[in-house]
Design a protein around this ligand. Structure first.
Ligand code: ADP
Ligand code: MG
Length: 451
């Protein structure tokens, strides 16, 4: 079956795409209408999952004459968790996803990302104190630093550290109640409780925590009722000697419209900040990340990437992923020269033809160019079309009506609507931003090679 699938895909996809993403994968088994596909590393898994799963599913369905569910996983035995980016549901370590993690009625599950553990956290001058404090709290919660208040800019490791505390506790005491919750989630739970007249359950739930980890507390700003409720939750836990860990993008006294009494509670334990990492730390982070993802990088390349991304670790990691994608799509080798065009000027847009853009979009979303030009309102197609319009506006000088024509004669108001929508979304949706960048890179690359 897999060979047949390969044959078909070879025709449907562009050659670099096929060579890089499809040929390196293999199919494990077909059982109960489920086909398991194995990829060599988590990166390939994510890529297939994101862009090609529909194409593969369609081909398999064509061949077998019935719909099949596709699961994509990572080959085992390389020391990498085959959970990839996937989040582990519940707060227990991944080997024991037990019955307890089933959410009780009316409550949302807390989730810890399996990657956010101490062993994957690189300690540097920028985060030494925050790391030491987190470790101390993980070892003896409710003692010294209560609450522990982690603060610092976006993408510097606060969430990672606070979840590492959760993982650590769960490993030693699988029964301990570790609740990780974003402030938004806490607020939503509260609203739900009010609407369902189930405040009692809400309170009991949060006040039963052994360790309560609350992320992005700056979002309490101006939310009077949530502040009120959180104040009581906090006090109950604190008085019972339970640990509270809070993360915020700024110190308590700089959160506007935060009740004075909460501000003083937040300040009574330890406030530890995370700063931007220095070059050495950034290199160490890349090195570690590459090891876990099974990617080989030379010292030059690591240094090059680390030099170009200085202020945010999430972006640093994003750059690594983009670099690997760019290199493998182009069939290039991982050298500084090859990386320069994609990393040095992350936002540069090369002038592209509409054909190139349509080809890249169709290929990435596993649909045809005719689909893009059609009037189909199927969700995937109209989503791909909107992204296509956005990118065409960015990569060409075409007028709005001309872009509309390229997409099968759509009205210019449709183009502007799509552009605004994607532009809005990408400002808050990191995954989308990442996708747009990857697509932009591919458009750039194809345009360069067409010149
Ligand atoms: P924040 O919550 O401060 O915005 P995150 O904890 O989400 O930041 O970190 C952003 C990304 O950077 C995550 O993927 C995280 O694993 C990674 N990261 C941050 N700091 C480190 C570090 N010191 N070592 C390894 N990875 C890190
Ligand atoms: Mg965070």
């Amino acid at each position: 079956l897999w060979n047949q699938v390969l044959e078909r895909l070879q025709v449907e996809l562009s050659r670099p795409t096929f060579e890089t993403w499809i040929k390196t994968a293999s199919a494990e088994r077909l059982e109960n209408n489920c086909l398991v596909i194995i990829t060599p590393n988590p990166f390939a898994r994510n890529w297939l999952q994101k862009y090609y799963i529909n194409t593969i599913a369609n081909v398999v369905q064509d061949i077998l004459g019935k719909p099949v569910e596709i699961y994509i996983t990572v080959a085992q035995g390389d020391g990498v968790s085959n959970l990839g980016e996937q989040k582990v549901t519940g707060y227990l370590p991944n080997q024991s996803i037990a019955a307890e993690t089933v959410p009780k009625k009316g409550q949302t599950t807390t989730e810890l990302n399996s990657k956010y553990v101490f062993s994957r956290f690189v300690v540097g001058a920028n985060n030494r104190m925050a790391h030491a404090a987190s470790l101390a709290v993980a070892e003896s919660p409710g003692r010294e630093f209560n609450p522990l208040f982690l603060c610092g800019g976006v993408g510097l490791g606060k969430t990672h550290l606070m979840q590492a505390i959760g993982h650590y506790r769960c490993e030693i005491y699988p029964d301990s109640k570790i609740f990780y919750v974003s402030t938004e989630q806490f607020t939503n739970d509260l609203i739900t409780a009010i609407r369902n007249d189930s405040m009692q359950i809400f309170r009991e739930h949060y006040r039963a925590a052994d360790v309560l980890l609350v992320d992005d507390i700056q979002f309490l700003e101006g939310k009077e009722y949530t502040q009120e409720e959180f104040f009581h939750t906090f006090n109950t836990l604190h008085e019972a000697g339970k640990q509270v860990v809070i993360a915020s993008d700024r110190p308590p006294n700089q959160i506007p419209r935060l009740q004075e009494r909460l501000c003083s509670r937040f300040s009574m334990g330890l406030i530890a900040d995370v700063q931007t990492p220095d070059l050495e730390t950034r290199m160490a982070i890349l090195q570690k990340k590459a090891e876990y993802e099974n990617i080989h990088l030379s010292k030059d390349v690591i240094e090059y990437i680390a030099t170009n991304y200085t202020s945010n670790i999430r972006e640093l990691e994003g750059a690594l992923i983009r670099a690997v994608a760019y290199i493998s799509i182009g069939g290039l080798s991982m050298t500084v020269e090859n990386l320069a065009p994609v990393l040095q000027t992350p936002s540069e847009k090369v002038e592209a033809t509409p054909e190139v853009i349509l080809t890249v979009i169709a290929d990435a979303f596993g649909i045809s160019i005719e689909d893009l030009k059609s009037n189909s309102r199927r969700r995937e197609i109209s989503w791909a079309r909107q992204i296509g319009m956005y990118l065409m506006r960015q990569h060409t000088d075409l007028s709005l009506p001309r872009i509309g024509e390229e997409f099968g004669g759509k009205d210019h108001t449709t183009v502007i609507y799509s552009y605004d929508k994607i532009n809005q979304l990408q400002q808050s949706d990191r995954a989308l931003l990442q996708t747009l960048r990857q697509l932009s890179d591919r458009i750039n690359m194809m345009s360069r090679s067409h010149k």
